[in-house]
Design a protein around this ligand. Structure first.
Ligand SMILES: [Zn+2]
Length: 398
């Protein structure tokens, strides 16, 4: 081999890819360990258990890590791990969550199993493979930059934050996420990649939720219906109006997803309610849609309308900082002969919070697969090594 070519970034990247290819089974077994600790967001004891298990894995990496549990009252505890670095650069924040949407016992019907190139199991894609990738990328960097294992060190400081409540809105972790992001040079979110090509996510919509409650007046449907005020009819008219707020050109969608109301067919219904999901692509549209929702007025003056809720996750917009981070990721991918795509998606993550603070954020760096939150959730095992190359490279360069 030409000795000069060994020094090119491509040769180094190929060496790294070979390194992670050799350790592919070890990455898979870490993922399996994590998947087999079930951790539904609404079960504090279960989520606390995985927090402890993951904390232990980070402690075992050595290199003066500072492992800290942030206790949460009603949700599982959150986990922060700080790695010192050899440079004085600001830390990179690796962000993720270990809660899943699956109730305890799901594993029995949906075991963690490797079949050909697929690894299945609850939370395998969203996002226990992302946590395993963090662990293996950090261990590799320590080795590459450390020489002597006991003096292992990262090239720059890294903070890891894994939260317990992302799947249920991140209420108990949001403040921690935001305060750590403010200290960071960049945020790498190890949520699932987009599609089987493994695109990263450079934009995510913001999310809002509203409850529209209509109060009418009950009456006998046969004897004196004209004395009543039909809350369901009123809500139906409101739904037409609310749905018209969708503006696809702005990337703004409004979805009435759940309705309820009434008691019996022979009663003019006094109550009806609708739950509304709002998605916005641009922060500047938040105030407008909020105002539209709040200015709904009854068509029937005998009815009352009450609106609660608001925009609770700001959009992750593709700022110049996000684009620059993506360009770095694409360059790293090119070094291993891979054309890394980017995607804008409708779903939110904790990356929305960090991006909204103006911190360069790149999302979707975790596992590649399909079926998040569904019975067929899986990752592609063959994608793990180059994901690890990408994450390690970004930790150095972000
Ligand atoms: Zn997730």
């Amino acid at each position: 081999m030409n000795p000069v070519s060994r020094k090119t970034p491509t040769a180094e990247a190929q060496r790294r890819l070979a390194y992670f290819n050799e350790r592919r089974d070890a990455i898979v077994s870490t993922i399996r360990e994590l998947v087999e600790i079930e951790s539904p967001s609404d079960n504090k004891a279960a989520v606390d258990r995985i927090a402890e298990a993951v904390a232990q894995k980070f402690s075992q990496l050595g290199g003066n890590v500072d492992v800290r549990i942030h206790p949460a009252k009603d949700r599982g505890n959150h986990l922060q791990v700080d790695f010192p670095g050899k440079s004085a650069a600001k830390p990179v924040l690796l962000l993720g969550h270990y809660d899943t949407v699956y109730p305890l016992g799901t594993l029995a019907a949906m075991p963690c199993r490797a079949v050909d190139n697929k690894l299945t199991g609850p939370g395998v894609l969203d996002m226990k493979s992302g946590i395993a990738l963090m662990l293996h990328a950090l261990a590799a960097l320590q080795g590459w930059h450390g020489g002597d294992w006991h003096k292992a060190g990262l090239p720059r400081p890294v903070t890891v934050l894994l939260v317990s409540d992302e799947e249920v809105g991140s209420d108990s972790s949001r403040a921690i996420t935001e305060s750590l992001a403010k200290e960071a040079a960049a945020v790498l979110v190890l949520e699932p990649a987009y599609g089987f090509q493994g695109a990263v996510k450079t934009a995510r919509k913001g999310v809002g939720g509203y409850l529209v409650k209509v109060t009418g007046k009950a009456a006998h449907a046969g004897l004196d219906s004209q004395k009543g005020a039909n809350a369901i009819l009123e809500l139906a008219r409101q739904i037409e109006k609310i749905s018209s707020f969708t503006d696809l050109k702005k990337g703004l969608t409004v979805n009435v997803g759940v309705v309820s109301g009434g008691s019996r067919t022979n009663v003019v219904p006094a109550e009806a309610a609708a739950q509304v999901d709002v998605r916005i692509a641009r922060m500047k549209d938040a105030a407008g849609i909020d105002k539209q929702m709040r200015s709904l007025r009854p068509f029937n003056r005998k009815c009352k309308i009450e609106i609660t809720g608001g925009i609770n996750r700001p959009p992750m917009e593709r700022t110049a900082g996000v684009a620059a981070l993506y360009a770095q990721a694409a360059a790293i991918a090119r070094e291993v002969g891979w054309k890394l795509g980017e995607a804008a998606v409708g779903g939110g993550s904790d990356g929305n919070f960090t991006a909204a603070l103006g911190i360069p954020t790149l999302d979707g760096l975790g596992g590649v697969g399909d079926g998040a939150h569904a019975l067929h959730e899986h990752i592609l095992i063959s994608e793990l090594p180059r994901r690890a190359v990408l994450i390690a490279g970004l930790i150095e360069r972000a």
